[in-house]
Design a protein around this ligand. Structure first.
Ligand code: 5GP
Length: 194
């Protein structure tokens, strides 16, 4: 088990509806030393890529992206969630369905902060059905920028997002892939990775 899998086993809580709660270390209380290890591992996995910007989505991606950015020495842009407003022309807009909150949001990024010159690493905390990532990819494409890779902290391998995104041809690196989890016993099965 890697450092993250060990932490998931120790502190992750499996709740109803296949939701994994990791709010004691990842997305409510944040363990910054763990974030630093996560950032270093993303840097190692994307070492060869000419990344000049990190893109994430509010709220829980922001902390991870910021700590990772220290390793890449690049700025972070986060997509803002908003209820339908018409800002086309100034903003890149994508529609994202939330897995945890079961609602649709528009996500927006100002055109000032993403352009065709950018080589983007997309970072997020979870990958489930892939809606958040598809929205972020759409925003990068609208800007004419390049997706150099996608870094995910926890992928839920039993949901469709991972294969959808890999089939699109992107380098998707998930630091832990949970292939199964059992609410009754509190146990996890992780996918073996190199
Ligand atoms: P997707 O768009 O891939 O279906 O879901 C990704 C988003 O939903 C992530 O940004 C994350 O915030 C949230 N999410 C999905 N599954 C889980 C989960 O099991 N636990 C937590 N805490 N968040 C999740």
């Amino acid at each position: 088990m890697n450092f993250l899998e060990e932490r998931i086993v120790k502190d992750g809580i499996i709740t109803e509806g296949n939701v994994l709660k990791v709010d004691s270390f990842l997305n409510h209380q944040m363990d910054i030393q763990l974030f630093d290890q996560i950032g270093a591992e993303f840097k190692r996995r994307f070492e060869e890529k000419p990344i000049n910007k990190i893109l994430t989505i509010e709220a829980s991606g922001i902390g991870i992206a910021c700590v990772a950015a220290q390793h890449f020495k690049v700025p972070v842009v986060f997509a803002k969630k908003t209820q339908s407003i018409n800002l086309e022309g100034e903003m890149y807009v994508a529609e994202v369905e939330s897995f945890t909150h079961r609602c649709k949001n528009q996500v927006i990024v100002s055109q000032k902060f993403l352009s065709e010159d950018d080589h983007v690493l997309i970072i997020d905390d979870f990958l489930a059905n892939g809606c958040a990532l598809q929205g972020l990819i759409q925003i990068v494409q609208s800007a004419g920028a390049t997706v150099e890779g996608i870094g995910i902290v926890i992928e839920k391998g039993f949901q469709a997002g991972g294969s959808i995104i890999r089939n699109l041809g992107y380098q998707l690196e998930s630091l832990a892939i949970v292939d199964a989890m059992d609410e009754k016993t509190g146990t996890f099965v992780f996918r073996e990775q190199k």
